[in-house]
Design a protein around this ligand. Structure first.
Ligand SMILES: Cc1cc2nc3c(=O)[nH]c(=O)nc-3n(C[C@H](O)[C@H](O)[C@H](O)COP(=O)(O)OP(=O)(O)OC[C@H]3O[C@@H](n4cnc5c(N)ncnc54)[C@H](O)[C@@H]3O)c2cc1C
Length: 408
């Protein structure tokens, strides 16, 4: 008889998780605390880890099979995202964005794009990809979307002979300060809203007229910088047009992979905070016994475990939903993103509480997880996800129900 729901992991999934955990134990956990403390965000980028991830095949693992990736299901990818988040959510974001951007170029683009912007970078141990949608005046507006001519991204793309000329500013684009290849969403018709008037292009870092204006110093996710990019008469070959003209929003909605990946990485943050809190509660003695034997602390830990489990179940369901769009309600993908981030915030805060004073010390670990959890409320603010769920329930949703991915 066919099992309707089966939560057991396959041998293959267990093997993949063990491999990633081993990578994180060997190359990430020993160094992240020190890297996190580097004050200059441009100096902080974890090149050593990324080079090892390229060298050991982790960067390639989640790519489409045509580029040497390992074909795995979405649940497996979510399991790996959780492992990333439990080690360092910033490092995990860099790897996930690499997988996401290559998949987007592969799905949205043609053979020229694949041969020019994917294949030459596969063996480059420092290859980094980024996606630039947000602008100083277009944050949430690009996501809800606010679909009026005066709303959304305003960076302009104008054809000029065999070239496209880009002018404008992008901001908060993850890893774009070090990226080789950037997917840039530009306005190609300002007489209509962004769903009808936006096109995606590919810009490489050496293009004249392109510059990184500023790298932001983040509270959490500190190994994964976000940057402001300037495009001043930035000329790209017209072949770099990635989506149909004015079809950027529709294509992005059609080909995006899971925004709930962010939720899965946040779940890893929650798990790491819980593990530290549980260990501390078993060993810290107050009132003549380990604090876990005090009912209030035991109750707190029980609630933390329940919060993690509820988020994990929804994330796994979202992973299944992503592969069964005809049977699933896509709203669950947004729920998974929200629940993962909220679990991280709640559990990390409780972990700080359970640690007492040391919970606030920078060398104990939960303080970093708390900062990472808070930063995990972005990108795509949770309120926006909830508002979109409300729009769906009200039956007046414009734009995709499933996530539009900005930073996987
Ligand atoms: C760590 C991090 C990584 C990021 N990575 C990327 C990336 O790789 N690429 C990229 O393009 N962008 C990226 N972003 C940008 C991110 O997508 C934006 O921060 C997000 O879209 C919100 O925009 P904003 O910050 O301008 O906030 P705003 O849009 O100014 O929102 C401010 C507040 O107002 C609320 N609000 C806004 N509009 C409405 C409304 N209509 N109704 C009710 N409430 C509203 C919001 O919920 C929020 O609480 C990243 C951001 C962060 C923090």
């Amino acid at each position: 008889m066919r099992a309707v729901v089966d939560f057991s992991l396959s041998e293959e999934q267990v093997r993949h998780v063990a491999w990633v955990r081993e990578f994180m134990d060997s190359h990430v956990r020993p160094v992240v605390a020190e890297l996190d403390k580097i004050s200059d965000p441009d100096e902080r980028f974890p090149w050593g880890i990324i080079e090892k991830a390229h060298g050991e095949g982790l960067m390639r693992f989640g790519l489409p099979e045509a580029y040497g990736g390992t074909p795995v299901d979405e649940v497996t990818l979510c399991l790996l995202m959780e492992e990333f988040g439990a080690a360092d959510i910033g490092v995990g974001g860099i790897i996930a964005q690499y997988w996401n951007c290559v998949a987007l170029i592969d799905r949205m683009g043609n053979d020229f794009h694949r041969d020019t912007f994917i294949r030459p970078y596969l063996d480059n141990p420092r290859a980094i990809y980024a996606l630039a949608m947000t602008e100083p005046t277009a944050g949430t507006d690009a996501q809800l979307p606010y679909d009026a001519p005066d709303g959304g991204p305003m960076l302009e793309a104008v054809p000029d002979g065999d070239e496209i000329v880009l002018n404008g500013v992008k901001t908060y684009s993850s890893y774009s300060n070090v990226a080789d290849v950037i997917i840039v969403f530009a306005r190609t018709d300002k007489s209509v809203g962004l769903t009808q008037g936006m096109t995606a292009f590919i810009v490489t870092k050496d293009t004249p007229g392109f510059s990184v204006a500023r790298t932001f110093d983040l509270m959490g996710h500190r190994l994964a910088p976000i940057a402001e990019l300037h495009f001043d008469d930035c000329r790209i070959p017209k072949e770099n047009q990635l989506t149909p003209w004015n079809g950027g929003f529709a294509e992005m909605s059609r080909f995006t992979v899971g925004r709930y990946w962010v939720g899965a990485r946040c779940l890893g943050v929650a798990r790491a905070a819980f593990d530290l809190a549980l260990e501390y509660a078993k060993t810290r003695v107050q009132g003549g016994k380990p604090i876990i034997e005090h009912q209030m602390v035991a109750r707190q830990l029980g609630e933390m475990a329940m919060t993690i489990e509820a988020a994990r179940n929804t994330i796994w369901k979202a992973a299944w939903a992503a592969e069964h769009p005809e049977q699933a309600d896509p709203i669950v993908l947004r729920m998974a993103r929200v629940l993962g981030s909220e679990a991280a915030m709640k559990v990390a805060l409780d972990a700080v509480r359970i640690h007492g004073g040391p919970g606030t010390f920078t060398d104990v670990g939960v303080e970093k997880l708390f900062r990472d959890a808070a930063t995990g409320l972005h990108p795509a603010p949770l309120d926006v996800q909830l508002m979109i769920m409300g729009q769906v329930l009200a039956g007046n949703r414009q734009g995709p129900v499933a996530p539009l991915n900005v930073a996987s």
